[in-house]
Design a binder for this molecule. Structure first.
Ligand SMILES: [Zn+2]
Length: 128
């Protein structure tokens, strides 16, 4: 999966499909489930959850019973990464060789960077 927590994505399928201005801005990814290839996207795929008084739900304790809107999981195939210039795009992975680091002999040999296929915008900056 090419999407990480904190990325901006555009939903491209389903009833929450982004249209107009939203396609340029995208929405923030809050959680990623790498085993099941699913995401929680801020403010998307809302479902109603019935909360009982005194119940703890997703780390939050509720003093009174209520119905809340909560984001539900979305499959990765329904979103695309949002390039700040182009909107929803496909990305390719660019690998650059890292200089050998004597402190970490078994460390990574390549730095992988996600790049927009249209304009070449890089999504990941190289760590120093
Ligand atoms: Zn782009």
């Amino acid at each position: 999966m090419k999407i990480k927590r904190g990325d901006r994505v555009v939903i491209i399928a389903g009833s929450d499909r982004a249209e107009g201005e939203e396609r340029a801005r995208g929405k923030i990814v809050k959680r990623v489930d790498h085993k099941k290839d699913r995401l929680i996207v801020q403010g998307s795929n809302l479902v109603k959850r019935h909360i009982r008084k005194g119940m703890t739900y997703r780390g939050e304790r509720f003093d009174r019973g209520q119905i809340i809107n909560q984001e539900n999981w979305i499959h990765v195939s329904n979103v695309q990464l949002c390039c700040p210039k182009c909107g929803p795009v496909k990305v390719k992975i660019e690998r650059t060789e890292l200089p050998e680091n004597p402190n970490r002999p078994n460390g990574p040999q390549f730095f992988k960077k996600r790049v927009c296929k249209k304009c070449g915008h890089g999504f990941d900056e190289k760590p120093e």
